[in-house]
Design a protein around this ligand. Sequence first.
Ligand code: GAR
Length: 217
Amino acid sequence: MTLRIAVLASGRGTNLRAILQATADGTLDAEVVGVFSDKPGAPALRYAPEDRRWGYRPSHFGDKTRYEAALADAIDATRPDWVVCAGYMRILGDAFIERFRGRMLNIHPSLLPKYPGLYTHARAVAAHDAEHGASIHFVTPELDAGAVIAQVRIPILPRESPDKLAERLLPREHALMLAVLRLACDGALAEQGDIALYNGQPLLNPLSLDSTDRLVP
Ligand code: GAR
């Protein structure tokens, strides 16, 4: 069954573009049924056909509660199986999360639980970490704290700048996103309480994306 995916994005949309490319070339059995943004001018929106774009600032609706209710209604109208936050840079409220709990994923550019929040690349460099990476996790009310499904790791090179590190990580993020969405297509992912289930079993440690883009325990 072709998976229906709604994507939330605030910025340039390269993760969204990777998802769309994979659906177009048949390597991901999914359809992007809508792209939703808190920024009407977000480049990400341009990747979606006009009738599948929704981009409004919270101020358009008066306050965050009304904005998120309208956003959730618009997402629901597309009947998504999964909601994917791909560079959505706003903290989501509890009521919104509750509506999509268990079928909402976020990609975060750090090896969670390290560095939730912003400036993750700079924080990893400043801490002289040997490696950095990205995580895909279920979205829960606490920021970047939901059960982590999978991660990708890269070494931090000597004297590497945060920008360069972010640039090297990005294509690995895309591969991680696609690998996790393929698991979702296979019906292999679920959330039970605060735990991720993989093929019905609790995932005690996140899966790891290897150099051949396979997810391994
Ligand atoms: C990605 O690096 C993603 O990991 C990050 O935003 C970028 C979006 O890039 N997400 C977060 O920082 C969420 N806290 P994109 O718009 O090119 O996909």
